[in-house]
Ligand binder design. Structure first.
Ligand code: XMP
Length: 528
């Protein structure tokens, strides 16, 4: 597959050079919250490329290294003379100081972690409207010892004498804390000061401008050709369907493959919503029998994923031939996938770029590499929260916009061991009760995921005067920022009680409900 990017790509107003911080993406998101378009690039980005992009400001991220270590990642020192304002955050600030002739001292037991009140020495420029005593999030070992010529101190903390610094003339700024994290109470104020007052950016990165630009680009890219989209009902593919429908109308064909592992009522809801209500052309492919028969006797979780993934590709290929020909395939690739796959992060040991996160799962919607499609990926500039805004603005209901993540192989991986129709029906009923009760409690939007898992072991119970010998259902409910780590949700007893009562009373073949109180790590969110 070859990926075609439209020529009229929007240039970033702010470039974030990534030195391996876990917060680089977060800085980019914070800048975008001010309606200023930002991109994360590797720290080795050349001066030539920076000049081509001509951002109005550059932010240097933090990073795990010391500027004096042998393999410390460094940017081209020519950056200081481009006439572009620069804000260095933690390591970024130390690098600025180091390269401009100041000095940095090693931690030697003086590392500072956590919240610290900021004492302000110069309440201008970066610190305009930042109150003395504002709390900032510190997380650093090394600190600045001697400022380079032309720099002055803007603020200090009890443990760090140079907590914020500036060369007002050259518009170079540094902070030893993390303005991007929520614990820094006036962090957003600083980011706004930097992007608006210091860099002179305009707030022009809005949902509506994004939608207008994306529509123009898609039209330019595909012309009169036909586009195929595999719709799953998740927020990404749903937003993509709406956006493409608006851009190219009937040239878009969505394919919804029902493998039989979706939640109760979801296939019907999707078809009603997209096809009937919004007249988006959706081809419903009922492949339930194919999938379940392929899973006969398959118990191993990885094997299950492989079988489902391979069958998905087969169905997709067959159906795309039947419905085609198509020139383009639309994919809901998001910005974090782009950053990850271009590997802008830095291995602290080797200084080499590496991916921030290791993706634990690939969607079964993942398609073979050798399909003869060109790609349309209009969401590849967006973070997930931006996709939600775009989806909402295009008219997607909250039910889809706020939908909890759902694995591509669906309920098949939430049934441990072999998948059968009986188990699927049982899990679907239990899962619906969990969703209904969590929604009723008003907690749905505070929770990352809430679902039921079916364990294929029987235990003894008693119902009425009868002995039962049936399966347990696990209630899994977690809070998380990104799915990489998670905590079990401390649900009120009344909700637990209600879910448990309803499941044992209403779902046949289940006589017990247990609540999973394992965080991730060491557990995972799904059971499999
Ligand atoms: P685990 O179980 O690894 O899951 O803690 C982390 C997050 O990933 C979701 N997940 C998937 N998402 N396709 C997806 O799009 C998949 O195959 C898949 N498997 C797991 C999971 O629900 C959780 O939010």
């Amino acid at each position: 597959m070859c990926s075609l990017q439209p020529n009229s790509e929007r240039k970033p107003s702010i470039v974030i050079l990534d030195f391996g911080s876990q917060y680089s993406e977060l800085i980019a998101r914070r800048v975008r919250e001010t309606e200023v378009y930002s991109l994360v690039l590797g720290y080795r980005t050349s001066l030539e490329e920076l000049c081509r992009l001509s951002p109005k400001g550059i932010i240097l991220s933090g990073g795990p290294n010391s500027v004096y270590s042998e393999d410390a990642p460094v940017c081209d020192p020519g950056i200081w003379n481009l006439g572009i304002p620069v804000l260095g955050v933690c390591y970024g600030m130390q690098l600025m100081v180091h390269q401009l002739g100041g000095s940095v001292q090693a931690a030697h037991g003086r590392a500072e972690y956590g919240k610290a009140p900021l004492s302000i020495d110069d309440p201008t420029a970066l610190l305009t409207n930042v109150l003395d005593g504002s709390i900032m999030w510190m997380s650093h070992g090394d600190s600045v010892k001697k400022l380079p010529d032309g720099f002055l101190r803007l603020a200090h903390t009890a443990n760090t004498s140079e907590a914020a610094i500036a060369d007002h003339v050259r518009k170079l700024y540094g902070v030893q804390f993390h303005p991007e994290v929520v614990h820094s109470t006036k962090g957003m104020e600083m980011i706004r000061n930097f992007v608006y007052n210091i860099c002179g950016c305009d707030p022009n990165w809005t949902t509506n401008t994004f939608i207008d630009e994306a529509i123009t680009q898609v039209r330019d890219q595909v012309g009169e050709k036909r586009v195929l989209l595999a719709l799953s009902g998740g927020v990404d593919s749903s937003t993509l369907a709406f956006l493409l429908h608006k851009a190219i109308g009937k040239q878009l064909t969505c394919m919804f493959i029902d493998q039989g592992f979706m939640r109760k009522g979801e296939p019907e809801f999707l078809m009603d919503f997209f096809d009937k209500k919004f007249h988006i052309n959706v081809e419903y492919i009922n492949a339930r029998k194919r999938f379940i028969s392929k899973l006969e006797g398959v118990c191993d979780p990885e094997e299950k994923r492989k079988v489902i993934g391979a069958e998905f590709i087969r169905v997709f290929e067959e159906e795309s031939l039947r419905l085609g020909p198509f020139d383009y395939l639309a994919q809901g690739t998001l910005y974090p996938d782009v950053i990850e796959s271009s590997g802008t992060n830095v291995d602290p040991k080797t200084g080499e770029r590496m991916a921030v996160k290791i993706k634990s799962h690939h969607n079964v919607g993942g398609l073979p590499k050798d399909l003869q499609f060109k790609l349309v990926e209009p969401l590849r500039k967006l973070f997930k929260d931006e996709v939600r805004k775009v989806g909402r603005s295009l008219g997607l209901p909250e039910e889809i916009v706020r939908r909890h993540p759902f694995p591509g192989p669906g309920l098949a991986i939430r049934i441990l061991g072999e998948v059968t129709d009986q188990k699927l029906n049982c899990l679907r009923d239990a899962d619906l009760i969990v969703r209904e009760e969590i929604k009723k409690s008003g907690l749905y939007n505070d929770i990352w995921q809430a679902f039921a898992v079916l364990l294929p072991v029987c235990s003894v119970g008693v119902m009425g005067d009868k002995r039962t010998y049936a399966w347990p259902v696990v209630l899994r409910c977690v809070s998380s920022e990104d799915g990489m780590t998670a905590d079990w949700s401390h649900l009120p007893y009344e909700i637990l009680e209600c879910i448990s009562n309803r499941i044992v009373n209403e779902v046949s073949d289940v006589n017990r409900v247990v609540f999973d109180i394992t965080s991730k790590p060491p557990g995972t969110i799904e059971w499999e």
